[in-house]
Design a binder for this molecule. Structure first.
Ligand code: ZN
Length: 75
């Protein structure tokens, strides 16, 4: 088994970890709902990209209930 020949000094450890810092993502407010989103990405909250709706944000349960309600209205 390979064994380190010398103890890693506190300084060496700190130098190695100088690149481990986390960065804060660049966020912009959604023009439609005001939620903070990554730039050039569709908003996960309202499903809009610019002024177009590109994502279906309705939950599967809400869709099911809606479908059920529509079915009851037909009869
Ligand atoms: Zn939005």
């Amino acid at each position: 088994m390979a064994v380190p020949k010398k103890k890693t000094s506190h300084r060496r450890t700190r130098i190695r970890r100088s690149h481990d810092g986390l960065t804060v993502p660049n966020l912009v407010a959604c023009k439609k709902c005001g939620e903070m989103v990554l730039p050039h990405r569709a908003c996960a909250n309202c499903g809009y990209y610019g002024d177009k709706k590109v994502l279906d944000t309705e939950s599967p349960l809400a869709k099911k209930l809606k479908k059920k309600e529509a079915g009851e209205n037909d009869q």
